[in-house]
Design a protein around this ligand. Structure first.
Ligand SMILES: [Zn+2]
Ligand SMILES: [Zn+2]
Length: 393
């Protein structure tokens, strides 16, 4: 069983951005960061404290800071229980960290954030008045997805990493959190844009017979078929993003990460993100029900994140049929042998079928990113990059 490579990937910017350095100076004292030193309890306290404060702010301004499509489905008593638990956990972890660690700043930050959330009303703030459809920011979606993905992927990355020397707070982690924020806050606009091609085309070319035929299948086979249709579409859209020079300029941002983990997967230009997800939906809309498409969208959120995780273990016979992180990591390498390979998102054999499969028996890439294409370092520079640069790797 290949358990990864002990060497970290090549880092072109080992210290990270100015802001990352400032945060490291403030929070990352010279004390060790292994278990039992108060480091992890401090980091988690600050993380849960931030989540708690963000959620309480959402409760204060639900009309502006929650997505109308999501908030109508929230079981509010459970959400309030969750927020209360997060506040309590942040406080307890803060106390643990402050008692274990010489420098108290991490634990105190977590406690201060949780305390501020409590003083602002905590989980019991009533939602006054009825909420109406309108302009909104998906802060609720950002906080929920951040919590969900951190709970699923961070423990396995810490326990079984492919690159043990790669820190959670590696260079550019803040940039990728920025991308995570940028892909979640405008959820109303991106959802509209993603649905636009599929809804317009099905209006003109809709085929009720095909939908009825797939609806007669058992639910599990509809779902599997939906994943297959989506991945075949994704394969060709993704291949076009690599092959067509003006499309590559958008997709190059996703490939600019110099080390991968679950949050690095969220680094994508908004045009790239909307194009892939929007066009992938087109063949799905012809054949599948709304419920199956929503179920697939939830699945792809988790599976696409999984493909980027810094997680070493794999099951060799299974990784030929289902994607494990190693397959997509080879897609991100800057090593010549794997450039323009491994386009599929769910099933590696699709690449085998079309001649773009690359997966050595064992081992992970030694370098990631774009070796011949300098990309601006910051979020806004990267956002404007496709419109001002003409060079292709
Ligand atoms: Zn790609
Ligand atoms: Zn990727």
């Amino acid at each position: 069983m290949p358990w990864g490579n002990s060497d970290p990937p090549v880092r072109m910017n080992p210290k990270g951005s100015m802001l990352e350095q400032k945060i490291n100076e403030l929070f990352g004292d010279e004390d060790p960061s292994s278990f039992g030193t108060g480091w992890w309890s401090g980091v988690l306290s600050a993380f849960f404290g931030l989540l708690a404060l963000g959620s309480v702010v959402c409760l204060h301004f639900p009309q502006l800071l929650s997505s109308p499509d999501l908030r109508q489905h929230y079981p509010m008593h459970l959400m309030r229980g969750l927020i209360q638990s997060i506040i309590v956990v942040a406080l307890i972890l803060g106390v643990v960290s402050a008692s274990l660690r010489r420098k108290k700043v991490l634990g105190l930050t977590g406690m201060l954030l949780a305390l501020t959330a409590t003083l602002l009303g905590g989980a019991s703030i009533p939602i006054n008045g009825s909420l109406h459809d309108g302009l909104s920011i998906g802060l609720d979606w950002f906080l929920l997805d951040l919590l969900l993905m951190t709970l699923i992927f961070s423990p396995i990355e810490v326990l079984w990493p492919a690159y043990p020397k790669q820190s959670v707070f590696r260079p550019e982690w803040l940039l990728d959190v920025g991308y995570f924020l940028a892909t979640h806050l405008p959820i109303r606009i991106t959802t509209f844009l993603i649905l636009l091609p599929a809804t317009q085309l099905t209006r003109v070319l809709g085929n009720a017979g095909l939908q009825a035929a797939t609806a007669s299948l058992p639910l599990w086979s509809q779902f599997l078929l939906a994943i297959l249709v989506a991945d075949l579409a994704e394969y060709w859209i993704h291949r076009a993003l690599h092959g067509v020079p003006w499309l590559w300029r958008f997709h190059a941002i996703h490939h600019s990460s110099k080390s991968l983990d679950w949050i690095a997967g969220s680094r994508a230009h908004i045009v790239d993100d909307v194009l892939i997800r929007g066009l992938m939906l087109v063949p799905m809309m012809f054949a599948f029900s709304h419920e199956i498409i929503v179920a697939y969208l939830l699945f792809v959120t988790i599976h696409a994140t999984w493909a980027h995780t810094n997680f070493g273990p794999s099951i060799p016979w299974l990784e030929r049929y289902l994607i494990f992180p190693r397959f997509h990591h080879w897609h991100h390498t800057s090593q010549a042998e794997a450039i323009d390979k491994n386009f599929a998102l769910h099933f590696p054999w699709i690449d085998k079928l079309f001649g773009t499969y690359y997966l050595p028996k064992a081992g992970w890439p030694e370098s990631y990113g774009l070796s011949h294409e300098p990309i601006p370092a910051g979020f806004w520079g990267q956002t404007f990059y496709p419109f001002v640069r003409r060079k292709r790797r």
